[in-house]
Design a protein around this ligand. Structure first.
Ligand code: ZN
Length: 251
């Protein structure tokens, strides 16, 4: 079975469309949250996410944008974008975002895999460096956990107390590329497909991944997308400029 892993779309229909065009055909979709917030196309992205179906996990921005949670802890840009998104989502999509489930979520028919937005231990926690992965991986009861939230593609692995940080190495900065990661049977993994709509790992290209359950391979992808249009929509919507400009360098 092949599973499409998408996360942190953040209201970018340009990013999502580019990823879908680049993705191989898959059997299932895991959507790891932060579907909305920051970007200027929340309804288009929610419509597309609903159409894709599969498994969903709520992100902190999904909670803030739908009123499940307050914007406490958000910086000014994020809070402004959350208010804008709440105002601009149509009633049906707002209700759908509000009802997104809290992680960890297990996929029916896919054994030994958990899906979370932040950490398996706390949905809002960031796993940025290998130290952050210690407790989640120590306590994990499954070999593979997919997560998002940091907008950094890659992840962490442990085998017999040997810890590793995983970052796909790409050849170019502006072409469609993919990198395969063969998972090992005796290791435990935290894998982040990266952010579709607002990458922050220094690579501006939209990010996603595909998990092949039979071959036990995760393939990471980077996809050029129409950044200019995404930026123009953010500016035209009156959202903070920085939300547009940061897309150019992926930070
Ligand atoms: Zn996010």
């Amino acid at each position: 079975m092949k599973i499409l892993l998408i996360s942190d779309i953040h209201g970018s229909i340009e990013g999502l469309d580019a990823c879908m065009a680049a993705a191989p055909s898959v059997d299932k979709v895991f959507n790891l949250g932060d579907i909305v917030g920051y970007g200027a196309s929340p309804n288009e992205v929610v419509n597309k996410s609903r159409e894709l179906g599969g498994l969903y996990v709520r992100g902190n921005h999904d909670k803030a944008c739908s009123g499940v949670d307050s914007t406490d802890g958000f910086n000014m840009m994020a809070a402004l974008a959350a208010y804008w998104t709440q105002k601009n989502l149509n009633a049906e999509n707002l209700a759908w975002v509000k009802a997104l489930p809290k992680g960890p979520v297990m996929a029916r028919g896919v054994e030994n895999v958990h899906c979370v937005h932040g950490s398996p231990l706390d949905e809002d926690e960031y796993i940025i460096i290998v130290r952050d992965a210690y407790e989640p991986l120590r306590q994990s009861t499954v070999p593979v956990t997919f997560f998002g939230h940091t907008h950094m593609q890659g992840g962490f692995a442990v085998e017999n107390d040997q810890w590793a940080t995983l970052r796909p190495g790409y050849q170019t900065k502006d072409k469609l590329e993919n990198v395969e990661l063969q998972l090992e049977a005796n290791s435990k993994y935290l894998i982040n497909p990266g952010s579709v709509g607002q990458p922050r790992d220094g690579d501006w290209r939209a990010a996603f991944a595909v998990f092949d359950t039979e071959k036990f391979i995760v393939t990471f992808y980077r996809v050029p997308y129409d950044v200019k249009t995404a930026q123009k929509k953010i500016m035209d919507a009156g959202l903070p400029d920085r939300l547009a400009t940061r897309l150019t360098d992926g930070r």
